[in-house]
Design a protein around this ligand. Structure first.
Ligand code: SAH
Length: 214
């Protein structure tokens, strides 16, 4: 049922080469992405285009991120095997799979029930086993499992939610696109219990991180 042919693998290798040309340097990140059959995460009508550096609809008005964006955010996390990572915005689970291939223990939150259910069934079929997939609101983070080595937000946040900053370890990282359309990629490194170092990177476009007002 799930076919990953030589053709898919060849196209994937070309995509990885493109990401390297575009400035992604961490070979571990590229290797992790080269192992994920992105075409299987998309509706079959997009299969022929799955290895282009493009975003595609994944249902519930959401999109899978551009491969370059996935690579860029993942590189900034500087993951080590065994790191505990919280992802906000599970979506189709592609980014989750990349994090798992890097040996991270992944917790991921999704607020759209339809996507949450679909991805919860789909990932194990490909052999991907996150520690937990959670249906809920990413603005709150996951206090029960905190602190995390890093937190990655894959939706555009209007501001940096305080609970997320509070849930990273000292020395840990939060990578989050902030702003309206486009967003600016922000990296926060926790340097002490009360201090953070902030760096910003270029412009990116994400679907909005939605807040539950109730
Ligand atoms: N990492 C995903 C990207 C999906 S797009 C992938 O690889 O496919 C962003 C996702 O964030 C969407 O699925 C959207 O429903 C989700 N999202 C938006 N606001 C959220 C919130 N407050 N909490 C959790 N998930 C949220």
């Amino acid at each position: 049922m799930f076919q990953d042919t030589f053709k898919h693998q060849g196209l994937r290798q070309q995509l990885i080469n493109l990401l390297r040309d575009k400035g992604i340097k961490d070979e571990n990140v590229l290797k992790a992405m080269n192992k994920v059959p992105r075409h299987l995460f998309l509706d079959s009508s997009f299969e022929a285009h799955a290895y282009q550096n493009k975003a595609f609809p994944i249902g519930a008005d959401q999109t899978i991120s551009h491969p370059f964006t996935v690579a860029f955010q993942t590189e900034l996390l500087q993951l080590k095997p065994g790191h505990k990572v919280l992802e906000i915005g599970t979506g189709c689970g592609y980014q989750t799979a990349v994090l798992l291939n890097l040996g991270a223990k992944v917790y991921s939150i999704e607020r759209q029930q339809e996507l949450f259910k679909k991805t919860q069934l789909f990932l194990p079929k490909l052999g991907y086993r996150p520690k937990r997939l959670i249906f809920g609101d990413g603005y709150k983070g996951l206090p029960k499992e905190a602190p995390f080595d890093s937190i990655i937000v894959t939706a555009g946040a209007p501001y940096v939610p305080k609970p997320l900053l509070a849930q990273i370890k000292i020395g840990g990282r939060l990578i989050i696109p902030v702003g309206d359309d486009p967003q600016i990629m922000h990296l926060y490194i926790r340097t002490s219990a009360t201090e953070f170092k902030k760096e910003t990177f270029g412009e990116f476009r994400f679907v909005p991180m939605l807040e539950d007002k109730n």
